[in-house]
Write a protein that binds this ligand. Structure first.
Ligand code: FPP
Length: 223
């Protein structure tokens, strides 16, 4: 069985889930946020050490202002309401992506949550916000230059927001694309695509996907 150390998920389908039920798209995001806790529980129970979730991309700023504002408020509420659970369950909360464009209130909640959970060791939860893999690589190159490091794979990787390779990348919502998510880290990831819309994704389906992953033959370019 393959060891699953780093699980990453593109959480897609919130809008369609809501539309199918005659709700506003924002209702889908609200419901989607509730799934995150289940995913963290699954990772802890199955000794998965890193969970990276794509919550807001560098391209998502193209959405309507009202939807963006809703997502920012949802994220703030999420951090405030989950902080104690993160502490209790030994979850180390981290973000990937550039935080500068967010409001000072939201950044303060992010920093408080990071600080409060920094010594937790059971699970690292990476929330990708204002994240794009191309942006991450450009920022990594800037860091590399600032540090005066020579440009090789190891040094460039050390300057990324997340340095650990992904083992399994899941995308919900029925699309077969990667949407600028962790391109470097996904180089040798196994992929799983499911038509299930994110608000309906659950531990049972995750467990099935993880069990299929366990059986895959991973060669990493060897034979
Ligand atoms: C993609 O679905 C989802 C997003 C762009 C936002 C993801 C946000 C959440 C899962 C909830 C917030 C999470 C936290 C941790 C607070 P979509 O809107 O593109 O759906 P569609 O493809 O059906 O339109």
């Amino acid at each position: 069985m393959n060891k699953l150390n780093h699980l990453a998920i593109i959480m897609d389908g919130n809008g369609r889930w809501a539309k199918n039920r005659g709700f506003l798209r924002t209702k889908g995001h609200e419901k989607g946020a509730l799934v995150v806790e289940q995913m963290c529980e699954f990772c802890i129970d199955n000794d998965i050490k890193i969970l990276s979730l794509y919550a807001f991309s560098t391209e998502n700023w193209k959405r309507q202002k009202s939807e963006i504002e809703f997502l920012m408020t949802l994220l703030k509420k999420f951090l405030i309401s989950k902080r104690e659970i993160f502490i209790k369950n030994s979850i180390n909360f981290q973000t990937i992506g550039e935080l500068d464009p967010f409001s000072s209130e939201l950044r303060a909640e992010i920093l408080t949550t990071k600080e409060a959970t920094k010594n937790n060791t059971k699970l690292k939860l990476n929330l990708a916000i204002n994240y794009g893999a191309r942006d991450e690589m450009v920022r990594a190159i800037k860091r590399l230059n600032e540090k005066g490091l020579s440009p090789n794979e190891q040094n460039l990787q050390s300057c990324l927001d997340e340095i650990c390779d992904i083992d399994l990348l899941i995308r919900t919502g029925g699309e077969f694309r990667i949407s600028n998510f962790m391109l470097w880290q996904a180089s040798y990831a196994e992929f799983a695509f499911t038509p299930t819309l994110w608000p309906e994704f659950n531990k049972q389906e995750l467990s099935q996907i993880v069990s299929e992953f366990g059986k895959k033959e991973r060669r990493f370019g060897g034979i």
